[in-house]
Design a binder for this molecule. Structure first.
Ligand code: NAP
Length: 244
């Protein structure tokens, strides 16, 4: 499937995997609507995408808010040919045991990973269903099914995000919906893991030392290949880097 001329919403697009994905989509000829809280970094990515010859719009704001989700989808409709979204925004807050997290940290993790997934679905699905179909991707994690001391809220949030994706797949066959598990990727999130208090830092340090980190560009390219190559086969399932 060619992505040329389609319009995609990508959350968490100011750095890391989301930034690489925005650029990879733009290289494939897709227009992009980009979300993240930090406006300056987000606009810089939008400019990089425009330099590749596509339309790109930065919509700064907390992805967990109703208004941000509404604006992201509206911007995609204004550009036209809205094809789908990749909910990639995420927060880890590694280190403290679950009971040591502050309420604000817990809310931030669930806001970025889970509530934002719900908000985007609330506004994108009615449009995608009305136009006869589309694609919804949720960037998930192996943390959803593995209890590692120090990533309690993140793992619980990723498990909830996976569930939401599978639920949407069960409820709406017109929209192809799947989880993309990107592997261990060399981003700020990994750096935060290495700098975390407690034993989890050693695990993240190990990923680096064992050469297990792939670049954001590699994993973004893999996801774009999946989107171009019968994404329907992953409906209601987890697609991984290896699948591409
Ligand atoms: P990252 O480098 O920390 O980037 C996170 C992105 O999400 C940033 O653009 C950040 O921008 C945005 N963001 C965070 N909270 C947000 C919110 N409430 N509203 C809007 N945007 C928000 O992380 P990454 O490693 O690229 O991770 C991207 C996704 O991959 C996440 O869902 C993560 O869970 C998943 N993942 C990563 C790895 C890995 O090894 N890196 C492994 C498995 C899964 P602002 O801070 O400006 O908002």
């Amino acid at each position: 499937m060619s992505l040329q001329g389609q319009t995609w919403v990508v959350t968490g697009a100011s750095r890391g995997i989301g930034r690489a994905l925005a650029l990879e989509l733009a290289r494939a000829g897709a227009n992009v609507v980009l979300g993240a809280r930090g406006a300056q970094a987000l606009e810089a990515v939008a400019q990089e995408c425009r330099a590749l010859g596509v339309q790109a719009r930065a919509v700064p704001g907390d992805a967990a808010s109703d208004q941000t989700a509404q604006f992201l989808v509206k911007a995609a409709k204004v550009i036209g040919n809205f094809a789908g979204f990749v909910h990639n925004a995420g927060v880890l807050h590694p280190g403290p045991a679950l009971w040591e997290l502050s309420e604000a940290q817990f809310d931030e993790v669930f806001g970025a990973n889970v509530k934002a997934a719900f908000q985007l679905a609330r506004y994108a699905y009615p449009n995608l269903v009305r136009q006869g179909g589309g694609v919804a991707v949720f960037v998930g994690s192996g943390a959803a099914s593995r209890n590692v001391p120090g990533w309690g809220a993140y793992g619980a949030a990723k498990a909830a995000e996976h569930y939401l994706a599978f639920q949407l797949a069960a409820e709406e066959p017109k929209v192809t919906c799947f989880v993309y598990s990107p592997g261990t990727v060399d981003t700020d999130m990994q750096r935060q893991g290495r700098e975390a208090p407690g034993p989890i830092a050693a695990m993240f340090q190990g990923f680096l030392e064992q050469g297990r980190l792939r670049s954001p560009e590699e994993t973004a390219r893999a996801l774009v290949r999946l989107l171009q190559n019968e994404p329907r086969r992953f409906h209601g399932r987890i697609a991984t880097y290896a699948d591409a």
